[in-house]
Design a protein around this ligand. Sequence first.
Ligand SMILES: [Zn+2]
Length: 243
Amino acid sequence: MRLRNASEVPGDPAVVLAGVSYPMLAEAGVWYAYIGLPTWYTIGGYPLDVYAGGLVLVSGWLEVSDGGFAFESITLPPDSSDLLLDQARIDEERQRVNGIIAGFTPERYWSGAWITPTAGVVSDQFGTQRSINGGAYYPHTGLDIANDEGTPIYAAASGVVALAEELFLYGNAVILDHGAGVFSGYNHMTSLVVSAGSFAAQGDLIGYMGATGLVTGPHVHWEAVVQGVRVDPSLWTQGGVEP
Ligand SMILES: [Zn+2]
């Protein structure tokens, strides 16, 4: 969401979509906000209102169309799928990750198009509706790239390392905070080479591909997150998503 020629807007501007308010940032006379919509968002039209100083400054309209996500069934061996039985540890991990990706750093650290973080083949697309071992369907929250264990993994874009630790289902994981409510995540690594609080420039080595956590084999599960909502990371490599 971008509002041009708005340098003289009074008050703290925010854009409201379907009752949810997103703070807007400013760069060179452009007010902007990144809004992520989940894969299960209802198809249809939605009003967008920009508020500043408590008043509606401008209104727009957003059409949400079918993402065309495919359905698939996957089979995990018992030593991996058994992880899904430990609801307490799953909840603990979700709380830890959600706490980080709910953050909002007003400074934007990335510029230009993101890079694909590693070499390999795309083994599963973002948004695929997946059933594990015959269970219910849930959307795949990232993009999977598979290669040999030990393949280097690089920061897709510049950001602060918000998390670098072993998680339960995600395995050895790194989350980068790119600012403006945008994060990226790199999971299932065999080892990490960055620590929380450090800065990773685009292309910096952050770890090595592995098969830790809930996996069928070595790959990186790469996520992009916008204001707490997982979106397709490949979109960010197709051009600079910038104000
Ligand atoms: Zn994945």
